[in-house]
Design a protein around this ligand. Sequence first.
Ligand SMILES: NC(=O)c1ccc[n+]([C@@H]2O[C@H](COP(=O)([O-])OP(=O)(O)OC[C@H]3O[C@@H](n4cnc5c(N)ncnc54)[C@H](OP(=O)(O)O)[C@@H]3O)[C@@H](O)[C@H]2O)c1
Length: 271
Amino acid sequence: MKILVIGAGNMGLTYAEGMSKSKLLKRRNIMVLDTSEEKLEELRKEAKFDTFKELAECVPQADIIFLAVKPYHADGLMMKMEPLVNKGQIVISIMAGVTINTIKELTGLKKVVRAMPNLPAKIGKGLTSFVASEEISRIELLTIESLLDTTGKSILVSDENFIDASTGISGSDPAYVFYFMQSMMEAALKMGFSKNVSKVLVSQTFTGAIELFNRNDLSPNSWMDKVASKGGTTRAALDSMEGNNVGELIKEAAFAAFERAIELGKEKSYV
Ligand SMILES: NC(=O)c1ccc[n+]([C@@H]2O[C@H](COP(=O)([O-])OP(=O)(O)OC[C@H]3O[C@@H](n4cnc5c(N)ncnc54)[C@H](OP(=O)(O)O)[C@@H]3O)[C@@H](O)[C@H]2O)c1
């Protein structure tokens, strides 16, 4: 199986590295194409992948093509690919907002996967939600799932709408967590802790809470009840959040990202 990754940026290289570290593929079976000579030169020095600048030199050899350029480069790229592709090839796009129909129309390929990764993919802890066109077989789906899993976990969703929805949850969610961490660190600084100590207090608390959550079947609400006793300190904090409607505001934020993902899909000049 030969894989071509188009776009040697943050995400494209994350997948290329993830796949090359896994036992699924040999490095020489991963091709990487980018328009930037500078990036290709760097990759050549590392000698990790076969690198290409011209589509004609690599597209026809690929079994699976990862599209990892910015959405505003998508149309031009896919139109150039169209005369070079062959029917059996599979396209996996991680480009935000670019629909399966657009990919089918512009590349002429029918086997299309649309995937939405998130930033922790960079350290093998990502979450990629994906949806596949009906032309993809069950066996092909298993292969695709294994490839996506090389950067963390993947979840197959039944409808493209869930890709936009997961942008509002898993796609953008690392930033919501950082937002919460930032506020907690600012509170710690205000209480007089040093920057370093504030960082440790917050990061270890997050790590511990997530470990507890993952090791158990308890819901977040049940965990809150376990740590917050009536009249206690944690209850005071949780009451303050409830009083300020923080939970509703977080849900609103997730929906804002979801709606923006839908809008981006409709805009031609998306960024
Ligand atoms: N970053 C994330 O956390 C994240 C999360 C989910 C989804 N995504 C999606 O992932 C995609 C890639 O994002 P990114 O952050 O990895 O972008 P990026 O770092 O800018 O990487 C894109 C790369 O593609 C190159 N490129 C542009 N046009 C090309 C073409 N026609 N052929 C080949 N290469 C081309 C770019 O070169 P130049 O720099 O010279 O233009 C750049 O090296 C986007 O569509 C984004 O929606 C990203």
